[in-house]
Design a protein around this ligand. Structure first.
Ligand code: HAM
Length: 412
């Protein structure tokens, strides 16, 4: 085996054809669902000015404090590989005057993101997200629609054991009193908290709900929750989101302790977790970020969105991710038929079928073995006398087929 001393950097990985094929299918399925719902594709650069994330994601978050790949470019500007997609899309929304378009502007995206995290199953330093954002509406209808689309995507892909957790963080003004109450609770139990949580009582008290530290968890069991303290308007907004999900038959569980790792969230937040995943159990999540665009210097613009992790979807799918995706393999029983085989392959591809032909001069037995390996559903076998057989690769059943009828038979 040819080996080199060079390897993909820690926490990153090569995407080889088997995995690339599954990814392409996931992205295609997502794009179909999004386009049907009127969302449009968008793509932003892989790096941005560091300040965009400091302001957008928040200086008190783990992402900004510890996880960004930040460097100086040759002009001395601080650049960061994007750790997430929402702040860049809001930057693009403002930069291109999208507030002048009919609102909400509905966008979707897919691509690589970068976080300097401790690598483990489901957590990488370069990973891939697909997600959507509906910018320019505060209607609970947009919250419900966004959640429904992620539910639909996970269902369509066949992700097993999915559960939706739903919460609300209220609006920032209303949250202020609650945060003071929470800080007082944390301060009263300071000695029992982990160092990390203790250090962030003032900066980011909500993160205490997310801690895996035993002492902190004990303190949080009796902590007041934001869902109990929502003001009238925020509570009405949250109740409406819940009732819209009920009406659409989406199952969820209200989780008053739900928090997220980014500072921009307001009101609705949600998380889709999967029982098939270990510690990194969230396949996707998001929420409302009504203050972000203003935070970036734009006019007040409410918005909602989410992102899902492509690697986590693949882990959750496990074996189910494997798809048979070749309609047929064209084999020859006699070398004299190779020219015809290639021409037939071209015709079948032209008819929209996924077809391969032997390119390695294998024997018929070798060709059928190869057809099996590439998971072709059927084999078309060209006999020495010019007749053709159609073979079902699963059952081994074989019957003669007229040359003109091959494409129709394969489409069945
Ligand atoms: P997030 O929760 O940080 O949200 O990431 C979204 C998803 O990306 C997670 O649910 C997870 O599946 C995946 N993910 C995150 N970090 C990693 C990692 N290190 N390795 C593998 N997968 C990972 C956001 O990024 C928000 N921008 C979502 C959003 C959009 N909110 C509103 N609009």
């Amino acid at each position: 085996m040819a080996a080199s001393k060079y390897q993909a950097p820690r926490g990153t990985f090569d995407i080889l054809p088997d995995a690339a094929r599954i990814r392409a299918r996931i992205e295609r399925t997502a794009a179909e669902i999004f386009v049907r719902a009127g969302y449009e594709p968008v793509s932003t650069p892989a790096f941005e000015d560091t300040e965009l994330f400091e302001r957008g994601v928040g200086r008190s978050t783990d992402i900004v404090r510890k996880e960004m790949f930040t460097f100086e470019d040759k002009g001395g500007r601080s650049i960061t590989l994007r750790p997430e997609g929402t702040a860049p899309i809001c930057r693009a929304y403002l930069e291109h005057g999208m507030h002048k378009l009919a609102q909400p502007v509905k966008l979707f995206y897919a691509g690589p993101f970068f976080r300097h995290e401790r690598p483990q199953a489901g957590r990488y330093r370069q990973f891939h997200q697909l997600g959507l954002e509906a910018i320019g509406t505060d209607s609970p209808l947009a919250d419900a629609e966004a959640i429904m689309l992620l539910a639909e995507l996970l269902a369509e892909l066949g992700v097993p054991g999915v559960q939706l957790r739903l919460g609300s963080l209220g609006s920032p003004d209303a949250r202020r009193d609650y945060l003071e109450e929470l800080k007082a609770h944390l301060r009263a139990h300071e000695a029992e908290l982990s160092k990390d949580v203790r250090e962030r009582i003032e900066l980011n008290p909500l993160r205490a709900f997310d801690s895996s530290d035993e002492g902190t968890r004990g303190v949080m069991e009796n902590a007041p929750t934001i869902v109990e303290r929502l003001n009238e308007e925020d509570a009405a907004h949250f109740a409406e989101v819940c009732s819209l999900l009920d009406a659409s038959g989406i199952d969820y569980e209200i989780d008053p302790t739900l928090v997220r790792g980014l500072d921009y969230y307001t009101r609705t937040i949600f998380s889709f977790v999967c029982s098939e995943l270990g510690a990194q159990s969230e396949v996707g999540g998001g929420g409302r970020y009504d203050g972000l665009i203003e935070q970036l210097g734009g006019p007040p613009t409410p918005a909602i969105g989410w992102a899902a992790g492509v690697e986590r979807i693949m882990l959750a799918l496990g074996e189910k991710a494997e798809a048979t995706d070749r309609d047929a393999f064209v084999a020859v029983a006699d070398d004299g038929q190779r020219q015809r085989a290639l021409a037939l392959t071209g015709e079948l591809r032209h008819a929209g079928l996924a077809v391969e032909v032997d390119l390695a001069g294998r024997s018929l037995k070798g060709q059928l073995k190869h057809a099996d390996r590439i998971r072709a559903r059927r084999a078309v076998i060209l006999e020495a006398d010019g007749t053709m057989q159609l073979r079902d690769m699963q059952t081994g059943d074989q019957h003669p087929v007229e040359p003109g009828a091959v494409a129709d038979e394969l489409s069945k």
